[in-house]
Every structure is written in structure tokens, then in C-alpha cells.
Design a protein around this ligand. Structure first.
Ligand code: SF4
Ligand code: MG
Length: 336
């Protein structure tokens, strides 16, 4: 059986004006050739610093805009080129939970109406009694009391609002939920509750999750596989255990070295990266990470490393990974 979601060489480039009085148009290469799959019922996490393009990937899958190139395939059907009419059923199957439920929930609507809207829109209830029953069941599912149905979003805490956001996503009976920094704005203890809830719901409904986050400590608890993005590209993708115990890409190593270890007193060897993330308007030549990579060598500046299989479900885009283990006659090319 094919994967639930296949993303093939996805590109999204945005035009930006060169300057206030400039007539030139620059392009932001927000997502620049990203491929991955999500199986039914699994969690794939997309991680990376802000601006790496992970949210843009999520929005492209949700068809919130047209993509520049590539394919998004849901259950064997391309959805990147669907007409607005044909998009309807796809929209039911792929839902989203955003970071800030306060701005994504209509403040004037009562919770009852927020949850009833998708049920009505997708024709999922045959009578008003069934609609009411479904709304009540959603409240049970996300563990909120029924008397909350008559209240409005501002009357709830951040964690409760996120439960409402999750209930609204579930109302459409989706197969995939894109969680875009869905717990990032919450306090630590509330974060854990929402993560537990998402995991329970995933089990109960066989949901696939695309979990977009910059927070590796959360991702470690959440996911089966991880894809690490840098400047619009996936640089490493692997099962969770490999990423967290034996990362291969220098950028993944640096990201992980910044995550505190749970044991008191334990310390990692931090890898401090030089400089800031370069602009996606004019990304570096060759390997996009070469301006900051502690292991950079000549080839990295001119030749782009492709995402290659490293066995065991691991994929890495780094010239170090494609080099022979034994240094050639000219010595170890890894040395600058
Ligand atoms: Fe570093 Fe070169 Fe690998 Fe890029 S290709 S991550 S610059 S070693
Ligand atoms: Mg984002």
C-alpha cells in the first residue's frame, strides 16, 4: 500500500520587491526541492530553525497556496493541481492545528458553532440531533466539559483553547493532521498534556501527524521519524532513535547539541555554529549549510549534496557521507 502522503520535489518560491523604490523582483526560495512520505497512522516531525521552510511545507500540503513545482499526493491522488471544487474532499481529509489557537479560533463564535461548522460543511451529520451528538462527543474526546460549548474562545486558558483547536480539526474526521508548532506557545506542563492527548487520539483514530516544531525535546517524545530542514531543504531524515542517538548531518548534530540532557549535571559538547542562517533570497552555493558548517571543505562550496540513502531508513545530504571511509591517495578530503 502506498503512503498516505507523498511530497515529491516540492518547491515554493515567493516573489519579493527588491526595495521600496526598486522595480526588480527577488525570489525567496522558501522550500526548494523537498521530498518525503507520511504513512497512515505515523508521525513524521519536520524540524529546523524558524525560517527554514517547515511551515511553508505544511501550508503547501494544506493547499493554502499554489506551489511553484513538485507534487503533493494524498492517498495516490495529486492534490497540488486540484480545482477548487475537487479540493473540498481533500480539505476534509487533511486538517491543521496551528500554534496560536487564539488567532485561529473565531472570537465571536461559541465553541458549539466552532465545532459544528466543519461537520455541517462536510455534510457529516444527517440531522440536528446527530450534529449535536457529534459536537458533544468531540468535547469528550478532547476532555473538555459539555458546559464549555456555550462559551467563547477568550473564556479559556491556552491549553483549553488548543483542545478546542484539536476538536475542530477532528470534527472533519481527517486522516492527517498538520500540527504547526501546535504546543510551542504553551507552558511546559500544559505542553505535556496536549502531547499526550495528541498521541491518544492518534492511537484511537489511526491519525497520521505531520508535526512541525523547532523544539527537539518535544519531538523526541512525539515522533516515529524526523526530517531536519535547513534553508528550504531536508538535510537529514531518519527514524527517531537514529536522529537522537547517532545524527549524521553536521547541522543535525549542532541542533541536538543545544538540547539539554535530562540527567542533572550531564552536558553535551555544544557545537556552536558561526553566524546566522543566510537569507533564503540568495542562498549559499553548493551546500547551503557551508557558510556555518564546522566540517566544510572545498567541494561543499560548489557542489550541492543530494539527499542520499544511508541505509536503515536514513537519508543524509552531506558530502562527508558520500566519501569513502578510507582516505584516498591525496589524503583525507574532509580536512579543509
Ligand atoms: Fe558541511 Fe560540507 Fe556536509 Fe555541507 S556538505 S554539511 S558543508 S561537510
Ligand atoms: Mg513556522
Amino acid at each position: 500500500m502506498s503512503a498516505l502522503l507523498q511530497v515529491n520535489d516540492l518547491k515554493k518560491h515567493f516573489p519579493v520587491r527588491g526595495g521600496l523604490f526598486s522595480r526588480t523582483t527577488n525570489w525567496v526560495y522558501a522550500v526548494d526541492g523537498v521530498s518525503f512520505e507520511v504513512e497512515r497512522g505515523e508521525t513524521l516531525s519536520l524540524v529546523g530553525e524558524s525560517g527554514c521552510g517547515k511551515s511553508t511545507v505544511g501550508r503547501a500540503i494544506l493547499r493554502l497556496f499554489d506551489i511553484t513545482a513538485g507534487q503533493v499526493v494524498l492517498d495516490g491522488q495529486r492534490i497540488d493541481d486540484l480545482s477548487p471544487g475537487a479540493l473540498r474532499s481533500m480539505r476534509r481529509r487533511v486538517q491543521v492545528v496551528f500554534q496560536d489557537p487564539f488567532s485561529s479560533l473565531n472570537p465571536r463564535m461559541r465553541v458549539r458553532d466552532i465545532l459544528a461548522e466543519p461537520i455541517r460543511n462536510f455534510g457529516l451529520a444527517k440531522s440536528s440531533a446527530e450534529l449535536e451528538a457529534r459536537v458533544a462527543a468531540l468535547m469528550d474526546t478532547v476532555r473538555l466539559p459539555h458546559d464549555a460549548l456555550n462559551r467563547r474562545p477568550h473564556e479559556f486558558s491556552g491549553g483549553q483553547r488548543q483542545r478546542i483547536g484539536i476538536a475542530r480539526a477532528l470534527a472533519a474526521e481527517p486522516e492527517l493532521i498538520v500540527c504547526d508548532e501546535a504546543v510551542s506557545a504553551l507552558d511546559v506542563s500544559v505542553k505535556a498534556q496536549i502531547i499526550n492527548l495528541l498521541q491518544d487520539l492518534q492511537q484511537e483514530f489511526g491519525l497520521a501527524l505531520l508535526f512541525i516544531s523547532h523544539d527537539l525535546a518535544i519531538v523526541e517524545h512525539m515522533t516515529r521519524r524526523v526530517a531536519v530542514m535547513y534553508l528550504g531543504k531536508i538535510v537529514e531524515m531518519a527514524p527517531r532513535r537514529q536522529i537522537f542517538t547517532a545524527p549524521k548531518h553536521p547541522y543535525t548534530k549542532a541542533l541536538l547539541s543545544a538540547v539539554p540532557l535530562p540527567e542533572p549535571g550531564a552536558d553535551r559538547n555544544p557545537i556552536i555554529l558561526k553566524g546566522d542562517v543566510p537569507s533564503p533570497i540568495n542562498p549559499p552555493s553548493g551546500c547551503r549549510f557551508h557558510t556555518r558548517c564546522p566540517f566544510v571543505f572545498a567541494r561543499c562550496r560548489t557542489e550541492e549534496p543530494m539527499l542520499r540513502s544511508a541505509g536503515d531508513g536514513e537519508w543524509v545530504a552531506c558530502h562527508l557521507e558520500s566519501l569513502p571511509e578510507v582516505p584516498g591517495p591525496l589524503g583525507d578530503p574532509r580536512v579543509r
